[in-house]
Design a protein around this ligand. Structure first.
Ligand SMILES: Nc1ncnc2c1ncn2[C@@H]1O[C@H](COP(=O)(O)OP(=O)(O)OP(=O)(O)O)[C@@H](O)[C@H]1O
Ligand SMILES: [Mg+2]
Length: 438
């Protein structure tokens, strides 16, 4: 095989392998012949498909076994797992760019954090690879534990325990139990990187035999951000303080909450280098690698769009609103287009109302709520879907407005962003006034 194993036909490369799964709507086996015609070397399949194939009983188990075997055969690769309710992809993307300064690093863009995406990521490692960064998602207790034999991480990062997927989990205690499965799996030679600002995460120090290093804003954190300020585009600047020294970081990501991701990435990197200036420089140069996460564009007519249409849960909604408001200075109005949050279970209506109250408290000028009856709890104008939202925004937006679009991916608001942002150009570096934070 001269190219990676993929389970989506659109991503199979010539010389690679296609792992065929039967999905809800389509069965990968039906595409096997086409994929091989297009250049794939072989298919991993659950039944003969008429083209070169490795036929197994269980394709998912086979994919995971392949990944586990690669881990065994490439023991020199330092393997890192990242989990938490929000910020996994962002942290993984930062780690890719920071560790990339130290050696060849596998940290592919996007959200490959489940029982298929994780082994697929592991299978990207080669004899040249020095670091492998995997994003570990969970919707149930046991999900992360099940991925541990596939990754066998040396380093485990836990960002925060929020309320994403709380409906599926059944409560915050279950979420904490699930996220902690990562540090429980670390060996005594490993490293647990824990967020000192989240007491539930900090308490996970008691659940691991690995060495623990904390990060955060809290004075007790070993790797800290001090003197955090935001510029007019809500990009954070801070002094990175670590036992090895201090250095200035100026992030290009929009939102104070990315300080957490940056500190987590710095903590991992500083376990492999004492060069704090290099780590700070890599963080300052890092750009968003995965779509739909706080991407800023400015229309020629002067409307600024902050696209965060990929993901929404109560904590990230509030982080998004804070970012929007931090960009208000010198602009006409702040407009929050908020899609419904999914998988919040019995507390869903209350969680939406709480986000609505946060919008009021923070002083957001206009709220457009998109989606079901729970979404109406955001307050402001309520529309059922993105088409209606697009119509409303065409009427509403004026030059000088800054618009946050934030929702779960399933609502498709990224299409709305494209509509608003037609013929956009990248935002120039801001020279806005600095806002001291706390
Ligand atoms: N520390 C944080 N606190 C609150 N929100 C955050 C934090 N870090 C990132 N976010 C926000 O959470 C959203 C998702 O970010 P990201 O995709 O990095 O998270 P994720 O954990 O990978 O999510 P998913 O569960 O979809 O994989 C974005 O809106 C981002 O701005
Ligand atoms: Mg993710």
């Amino acid at each position: 095989m001269t190219a990676p194993v993929r389970y989506e036909t659109s991503r199979v490369e010539p010389g690679g392998m296609f792992a065929a799964f039967a999905g809800e709507r389509r069965d990968g086996h039906d595409f096997a012949a086409q994929v091989v015609t297009d250049g794939a070397a072989a298919v991993l399949a659950a039944r003969p498909v008429g083209v070169p194939a490795v036929v197994v009983d269980d394709v998912r188990a086979a994919l995971q076994l392949l990944a586990a075997e690669v881990v065994t055969r490439l023991p020199h690769v330092h393997r890192i797992g990242v989990t938490g309710s929000s910020g996994k992809t962002s942290t993984k993307d930062l780690l890719g760019q920071v560790l990339g300064r130290l050696g060849p690093t596998v940290a592919p863009p996007g959200n490959r954090n489940n029982e298929l995406g994780v082994p697929e990521t592991v299978l990207l490692t080669t004899a040249r690879t020095r670091f492998l960064v995997t994003e570990l998602g969970a919707r149930h207790v046991g999900d992360i534990a099940a991925l541990m034999p596939v990754v066998r991480p040396h380093t485990g990062v836990v960002l925060g325990v929020g309320s994403a997927h709380i409906g599926e989990f059944g409560g915050r205690e279950a979420i904490a139990r699930a996220k902690g499965e990562l540090v429980e799996a670390l060996p005594d030679t490993g490293l647990a990187v824990l967020n000192a600002d989240d007491p539930v995460v900090a308490a996970m120090a008691g659940r691991t035999v690995a060495r623990v290093v904390t990060f955060g804003r809290h004075a007790s954190a070993r790797v800290r951000a001090e003197r955090v300020v935001l510029d007019g585009a809500a990009r954070a600047r801070f002094v990175l303080c670590a036992p090895a020294g201090t250095a200035e970081v100026a992030l290009r990501l929009h939102g104070e909450h990315f300080v957490t991701a940056a500190l987590a990435a710095a903590t991992v990197a500083l376990d492999h280098t004492d060069d704090v200036a290099l780590v700070a420089d890599a963080l300052s140069a890092a750009t968003p690698r995965s779509a739909g996460r706080m991407r800023l564009t400015e229309r020629p007519d002067g409307v600024t769009v902050l696209d965060d249409a990929y993901n929404a849960n109560p904590e990230s909604m509030v982080a998004g609103l804070r970012t929007l408001v931090a960009m208000a200075a010198g602009r006409r109005r702040t407009v929050a287009v908020l899609g419904q949050m999914n998988e919040l279970g019995a507390g869903s209506a209350a969680a939406h109302a709480e986000v609505g109250r946060a919008a009021v408290r923070l002083g957001v000028d206009v709220v457009v709520a998109v989606g079901n009856q729970d979404a109406a709890g955001y307050g402001g104008a309520h529309v059922a879907d993105r088409q209606a939202a697009a119509g409303l925004l065409r009427e509403l937006l004026e030059p000088g407005d800054v618009v946050l679009v934030k929702a779960s991916n399933s609502l498709g608001l990224s299409v709305l962003v494209e509509g608003i942002g037609q013929s956009v150009r990248s935002a120039p570096p801001s020279t806005g006034t600095e806002i001291p934070v706390r």
